[in-house]
Design a binder for this molecule. Structure first.
Ligand code: TPP
Ligand code: MG
Length: 902
């Protein structure tokens, strides 16, 4: 075999090096495995000799599973090929047909065409709809995170199975018609019986999948679900891996040995605009990243027809030629024809031209990539499923727009929505779809009779694997929320002791965790802020989840509140990752459906690093019909003192208000918080409402009053009168001013009430506003009803009804932006003028103490009293000069710069 020396010479090795290589080749020729052994021994020797041996994170550009290690395909390849062709047709026809009817409605045809085999092998041989535990009980099946914009393929499969009829398919992206439609992407909100996991905002699917795998282990380790072989499969695009969310948490997968997790990256080398890595190779890059993070990497590069070429190539040149190409080349080879491939790929070396001399150009063009070869894909999946000790990523080489003729592998392929009539005819011919030309041009769906061999086979495969997927089900609720009396420790007040709402909440949490019924369902989640919120006692009480337990002796073991990690620990201490924590919150908050257990997550975090940081994940959570409590801690731009601009949140409530299913509250007192938590559990888990809660909690200590009689409804609906004018000063008479306060700023409002009464003899009522957002939602719903029923008696909004008879201007103050109270302005009008004067914390935060911060943002008691006097002057109720003098008397700097702009 003189070719070895030739290889050495071509690679510019020195003569001595070539000799070494030859010796190595001899070892490999004798026994293939010995090559690896020799390398291992050499590495060991090199290390001993002090020669650096960096880890090898990238392997040659070839299949990880060599041909001789492959197992035969277990399915009927002919029938599966037929089924795949039918799905391809219907997926494409659905998008094409709709765009013909309704230009601009959109959709994608090229992504699924690259993904079809990857998905079909899964559906025919791997994706189980249920498992059975050792005790015979039925358990949930595999979880599949689909590539969102490949949904037409999933719909087409369901159509063939008879899960959708023609009308439904024809209503793809027409969701507002008389008959139900199909949502553009996976949206449980829109198709609650079908989709489980929203994915199409790129990066969210993979991140959620990792934490889902982790949460599955958490439930298993805590004995809440049975251990089974169920897997989480996440399909993602190669372009999608550029999202930090996609790769940002991969190390968790290996760290927690999540062998229930399988990523399949559809490496079609293209994203929306063009190549993902034109000048490099995305597969190599990802191999390095995943291997470095400790994942099992399986590359599926070439189909079986290449194996034959490799087998005949003794020169090693074919492999070398592969290594020379970058993704931009590979894309071009698929966009052009076989002659081009012969000339530019094989033509580089005469030996390679010789290798393919008996191949026609057409045969060359159709040499398959691994992701389009069911045998290669099957073998990869089998290995992935059997792999123990960590997650697996399958990097599958595919062609974007595979089989779409002139739309294949073009830079514009992603945005292709329609094919030309010629291309449609060609498609029908290539994939042998038995429909007439005219129907082909119209993109008519096609489904063979249910008793045809392919349909029977398809149904049988699913039956064998436990049923249809995707499928979302929700068991009937048997959950019983604790009554309000369960919370009496917290509705009774703090007995004069100064505590914060955060402390109150932690105490409620401990109470819930202790409860024999629901305690085990509670999932406390925290991103390295446990001590900030005073969770030490909870850590001691229920432990931190650690799949390996605690393999070290914590230094504080002798202390009462030591850092306790347990295999069945209950707290998810996530480390510094709000995105990861939100992913855990998502897994837990949807477990009432996915695992059929109504887990109740309480995710506590710095409110500043919530909605504004991971808002898109919250949106996906809502889409998932997620439930649970987001607890925004250290809330309020002036209550969160010292930390300054980046930490001080004065807008999370505004952001929360944008999420339709997010019910948000800004409680001032622990009893308000207790009422909200109780009601939240009842609504979400007992009444099975698909909503979730955002509650702000603060770190300012003050005495918590006992809950007054009859305020529950007001707390929940958003407003109630907390202290009437008469309670401040006897005989002051009926209030002529209304003061609104929320969170700790309610204390400032109460102080303002006193100042007004004592210094200026002005009687004011004080209202606690727990939720401007809920009040507005009710108001706009009522107003809408009134608008649509002009002939009926007008209904009053709750805010108007609550304030009935309450006179005078309304001064509202909170630790949030002014736009929050302002949303009620339309319903707070009198005599053609808005009654509302809003004080809030618009602008960037500052480092200082609360006194200075509140003065700066003009939400302290003096500013509230001043604003009241100023407004009364404008209304002609007091003399303007008197008001101006009062402002000076109250110490307000009327020429100070506007905090909203400084
Ligand atoms: C966060 C986000 N940004 C942008 C998009 C728009 N978008 C949809 S698909 C796509 C390209 C996807 O490329 P890739 O991940 O490689 O998937 P492929 O279609 O090639 O399989 C883009 C940019 C999106 N859906 N989500
Ligand atoms: Mg791609």
């Amino acid at each position: 075999m003189t070719t070895k020396t030739e290889v050495a010479a071509k690679a510019d090795f020195s003569a001595e090096m070539a000799e070494w290589i030859e010796a190595f080749d001899d070892v490999v020729a004798e026994e293939w495995e010995n090559g690896a052994e020799l390398l291992k021994a050499l590495r060991q020797r090199a290390r001993e000799a002090g020669v650096a041996t960096p880890g090898e994170f990238r392997t040659p550009f070839r299949n990880t599973i060599p041909k001789h290690d492959e197992v035969p395909y277990p399915g009927d390849r002919k029938l599966e090929k037929r089924i795949e062709a039918l799905i391809r047709w219907n997926a494409m026809a659905m998008v094409h047909g709709q765009n013909k009817k309704d230009p601009g409605i959109g959709g994608h045809i090229s992504t699924y065409s690259s993904l079809a085999t990857l998905q079909e092998v899964g559906y025919n041989h791997f994706f189980r709809a249920k498992y059975f535990a050792e005790d015979g009980s039925e358990q949930p099946g595999d979880f599949i995170y689909h590539q969102g914009h490949a949904s037409p393929g999933v719909y087409a499969r369901s159509y063939l199975l008879g899960r959708f009829d023609d009308d439904r398919l024809k209503n793809f992206r027409h969701e507002l018609r008389d008959t139900p439609g199909l949502s553009s992407y996976p949206h449980p909100w829109l198709m609650p019986d079908f989709w489980n996991f929203p994915t199409v905002s790129m990066g969210i699917g993979p991140l959620n999948a990792i934490y889902q795998a982790r949460f599955m282990r958490y439930l298993e380790n805590r004995g809440l679900i049975k251990k089974t072989d169920r897997k989480i499969w996440a399909f993602l695009g190669d372009g999608e891996t550029d999202e930090v969310d996609t790769l940002g948490a991969v190390s968790l997968g290996a760290r927690e040995r999540l062998d229930n997790l399988i990523f399949v990256v559809n490496c079609n080398l293209q994203r929306l605009d063009g190549p993902v890595r034109g000048n490099g190779r995305i597969i190599d890059e990802l191999e390095g990243v995943f291997r470095g993070a400790g994942w099992n990497v399986i590359k599926v590069i070439w189909g079986a027809d290449w194996d034959e070429l490799f087998a005949r190539d003794h020169s090693g040149l074919l492999q070398r030629r592969m290594e020379e190409c970058v993704d931009g080349d590979f894309q071009t080879y698929k966009a052009k024809d076989g002659a081009y491939l012969r000339k530019h790929f094989f033509g580089r070396y005469p030996e390679l031209l010789e290798l393919v001399k008996d191949y026609t150009d057409d045969q060359l063009l159709h040499l398959h990539r691994g992701g389009h070869d069911p045998v290669k894909v099957y073998n990869a999946y089998k290995r992935a499923v059997e792999h123990k000790g960590g997650p697996t990523v399958v990097l599958a080489f595919t062609v974007k727009g595979y089989g779409l003729g002139s739309a294949q592998a073009r830079n514009a392929t992603h945005s292709e929505k329609k094919l030309t009539d010629d291309a449609l005819t060609a498609f029908v011919k290539t994939f042998d779809i038995p429909i007439p030309q005219k129907s082909a041009e119209m993109g008519t769906p096609y489904r063979p009779p249910q008793d045809s061999p392919e349909m029977v086979y398809m149904q049988e495969r699913r039956r064998e694997l436990g049923g249809y997927l995707p499928m979302r089900t929700v068991p009937p609720s048997t959950f019983k929320a604790p009554e309000l009396k369960f919370f009496k420790e917290w509705t009774g007040g703090s007995g004069g002791r100064a505590v914060s709402t955060t402390m109150g909440f932690v105490s409620i949490l401990r109470g819930l965790l202790k409860d024999g019924e629901i305690g085990k369902l509670v999932v406390p989640i925290v991103p390295d802020e446990g001590r900030t919120f005073g969770l030490e006692s909870v850590i001691r009480q229920v432990g931190i989840y650690a799949p390996e337990g605690q393999r070290y002796t914590p230094h504080d073991k002798d202390m009462l509140l030591f850092y306790r990690e347990e295999q069945d620990g209950q707290i998810l201490e996530e480390g510094i990752t709000e995105a990861g924590s939100m992913a855990s919150f998502t897994a837990a908050g949807t477990s009432y459906s996915t695992y059929r257990i109504p887990m109740i997550p309480f995710y506590m975090y710095y409110s500043m690093f919530g909605f504004q940081r991971i808002g898109d994940m919250v949106w996906a959570f809502a889409d998932s019909r997620g439930k649970g409590f987001l607890m925004g801690g250290t809330a309020g731009r002036t209550t969160m003192l010292g930390e300054g601009l980046q930490h001080q949140d004065g807008h999370s409530h505004v952001l929360a208000s944008t999420v339709p299913t997010c019910v948000s509250y800004d409680p001032a007192f622990v009893y308000e918080l207790a009422v909200v938590v109780q009601n939240g559990m009842k609504r979400m888990y007992e009444n099975a409402e698909d909503c979730f809660y955002y509650i702000t909690m603060y770190n300012e200590d003050y005495a918590m009053p006992a809950m007054p009689e009859g305020v529950e409804e007001g707390i929940l609906r958003g407003i109630y009168k907390f202290r009437g004018a008469g309670a401040v000063k006897d005989g002051i008479g009926e209030a002529t001013v209304q003061l609104f306060g929320s969170g700790p700023i309610l204390n400032e409002v109460l102080r303002a009430q006193e100042i007004l009464a004592e210094k200026y003899q002005i009687a004011a009522d004080v209202w606690s506003v727990t939720s401007y957002t809920e009040l507005r939602r009710e108001a706009i719903a009522t107003e809408r009803w009134n608008r649509l029923h002009p002939a009926e008696a007008e209904k009053k909004t709750y805010i108007e009804a609550a304030l009935a008879g309450a006179k005078g201007p309304i001064i509202a103050a909170s630790d949030y932006m002014k736009s929050l109270p302002d949303v009620l302005a339309p319903w707070l009008q009198a005599d053609g003028r808005c009654r509302l004067v809003t004080l809030g914390t618009d602008g960037f935060g500052r480092s200082d103490n609360r006194e200075h911060l509140r003065r700066h943002f003009e939400v302290n008691a003096e500013s509230i009293a001043g604003a009241t006097l100023s407004r009364l002057a404008r209304e002609g109720k007091i003399k303007p000069k008197k008001a101006q003098a009062a402002l000076a008397e109250l110490g307000l700097d009327v020429e100070a710069r506007d905090p909203a702009r400084t």
